[in-house]
Design a protein around this ligand. Structure first.
Ligand SMILES: [Zn+2]
Length: 385
């Protein structure tokens, strides 16, 4: 195994399934960087079990620099039929198998293997490393890292996220946001429906408001969109409510999702849904206030990624990979969190999303070496080195 592959084997060896702590892996990276004189900042979650890492090579430079970023968590292996131990990187036929081998410890291994070279170069602008947690769940790591960057007024020139794209260049994806709407009614005997207020009935009214909004979005598709369908969509995922068929239901919870088309700001849409629902249900609640009510909470909100004009990352990667066309993808990444800071972002990394999240996830060795070469060339030709 070469250096990149050995680093990948070490990273895969940490079981960083999102439900578990990633601190062991973060400490490993911190110690590795420390060995080359690169200091890290560790940004921990509120309970301390998870952490993001931020490190800068050539931190004395005042220039904004480039960020190389990846998530350290992986999806679970439970219920999957693996040929070999998912947390032991195993080579077969030019492929390296293991959980996270492509999504996305591969890119992190490529970046880390270049650190010894980078620290020897006289860098004219900083190279920042940013590694996150919980990308596979609620992207709370990226949100925390973005807050850290905002607090420190860090606004890099562009961010390179190495999600598996077979080194194709991605500059657009939809957002994903998850909401819960809780409706509280007033229970009573089912034979006297007017003596209470049925939360499930009100839930139906709320869902109708949501479906009308979905129709409104569908009626105004984005012209020239690269997405199918070319508009923001909603999904009613889970509905829970009631305790018995002869009791007026006191509670109803609706869990729903919105996938925002790039360019469609979700905040005013959600406010509109809320206002319409509140207005519609107000008279029903009136007699039972303040017991009855409706409340929508945002569980998470992953912003979409929009193409930006004159994106330096996209320009250099297009030139070096000779792939003029950028792509829009159906999966969400952490890119939108960085873009909200006002920086350009490109998603481009080794391995294929087709292998991600499955049993026998793998990355081709040739993809790893091609990615190392690409990062090296980008840092050289962008004048970073
Ligand atoms: Zn990923």
């Amino acid at each position: 195994m070469n250096e990149t592959e050995e680093l990948l084997a070490k990273l895969v060896g940490f079981d960083t399934t999102s439900s578990r702590s990633n601190r062991g892996l973060i400490d490993f990276i911190r110690d590795y960087l420390n060995g080359f004189g690169v200091k890290s900042e560790i940004i921990t979650s509120d309970d301390g079990t998870k952490a993001c890492l931020w490190a800068t090579i050539a931190s004395d430079s005042q220039k904004p620099g480039i960020v190389l970023s990846g998530h350290t968590d992986v999806v679970p292996v439970e219920g999957q039929n693996w040929t070999s131990d998912p947390f032991t990187l195993t080579e077969r036929d030019g492929k390296l198998y293991g959980r996270g081998s492509c999504d996305m410890k591969a890119f992190i291994a490529c970046v880390l293997s270049l650190v010894p070279e980078l620290v020897k170069q006289k860098l004219r602008q900083p190279v920042h490393l940013a590694f996150t947690h919980d990308e596979e769940t609620d992207m709370s790591g990226a949100a925390r890292l973005a807050d850290f960057m905002r607090a420190k007024s860090l606004k890099p020139e562009w961010v390179w996220i190495g999600e598996p794209t077979m080194l194709n260049i991605i500059d657009s994806h939809k957002g994903v946001a998850l909401f819960t709407t809780d409706i509280t009614g007033v229970p009573g005997h089912s034979g006297q429906p007017d003596k209470g207020i049925n939360a499930i009935e009100l839930g139906v009214e709320f869902m109708n408001v949501l479906l009308r909004m979905a129709d409104a979005k569908k009626a105004k598709p984005y012209e020239g969109s690269r997405f199918d369908p070319p508009y923001t969509t909603f999904n009613l995922g889970i509905i829970k409510g009631g305790t018995a068929e002869n009791i007026i239901a006191e509670h109803c919870r609706i869990e729903w999702q919105a996938r925002a088309h790039p360019g469609d700001d979700l905040d005013p849409t959600i406010s509109q849904i809320d206002i319409e629902a509140q207005t519609k249900l107000k008279s029903r609640f009136a007699a039972f206030a303040p017991r009855a009510g409706i409340k929508t909470c945002t569980c998470f909100d992953i912003p979409p990624l929009m193409p930006t004009a004159n994106n330096p990352g996209q320009k250099i990667l297009s030139k070096l990979t000779q792939r003029k066309e950028t792509q829009a993808v159906s999966f969400a990444t952490e890119a939108g969190f960085f873009q909200k800071l006002g920086t350009h972002v490109v998603v481009c990394g080794p391995g294929s999303i087709d292998q991600a999240h499955k049993a026998d996830e793998f990355v081709e060795k040739s993809q790893l070496s091609a990615c190392v070469d690409l990062i090296r060339q980008v840092l050289l030709s962008s004048g970073a080195c």
